[in-house]
Design a protein around this ligand. Sequence first.
Ligand SMILES: [Ca+2]
Length: 262
Amino acid sequence: MKKSSMAILAGMILVVTAALLSGGAMSQSGRLNVRGIGLQTPESVLYDAAADVYLVSNINGNPTAIDDNGFISRIAPSGKVLSLRWIDGRRGNVTLNAPKGMAIVGNTLYVSDITAVRMFDRRTGRQRGSIAIAGSTFLNDVAAGPDRSVYVTDSGLNPDFSPNGTDAVYKIARNGTATAVGRGASLKGPNGVTVLRDGRVFVVTFSQTGETYSLGMGGQPENVKTMPKEGARWSRRDAFRRPFDFQLGRIGSVSRRSPGEE
Ligand SMILES: [Ca+2]
């Protein structure tokens, strides 16, 4: 290869790298991969339809560490990073350790954070307080209910991911009061949660048995379904398909990864 060709090639690589660093790259399938932007243990993605932006929760470290360094990124549908640390636990006026699930009700963004649910202004990112969930250990997914309530799961896990029995699904009423609508080891580590318009609550388990179920009136699992096996492992989804899932595919590379990875 001639020297001049090498120079051109080197230039091309730089352009591609710059494109990746600046946001996303559209693949032939139409999927947009956002990487190389500084995400830290990205956990979940929420589409804010009113603002037409994607919010990405970043655990940034261990999922149970009280390190106040979690952050939430704001990304445009084009893949452009509007603000990597839009909400940032490292700021003095923000408490956020290991953000996981998120949901929006009205103009409030709810974010699970180990043993509390943090609230932020959906428009400005300003913190609007926090709701401690007594007895919880590993709050995970968050979902908006039909009556402007918010549901949050507790997967009941120790820092080493062994079960500890605090398994529960909590409902936070509009006045901020949290009550368990299901509780106990029979819930098998509630992970993903979604709530239908009729109020039915569906849960995906964290456990390796790979189950989904709806919560009965007494808070017990009903309509238990086992998910298909993927190779030797059970599928262990974090979330259900929601109406905006087709859009989630546009930033498909944002998914659960090992701590420290991007
Ligand atoms: Ca953290």
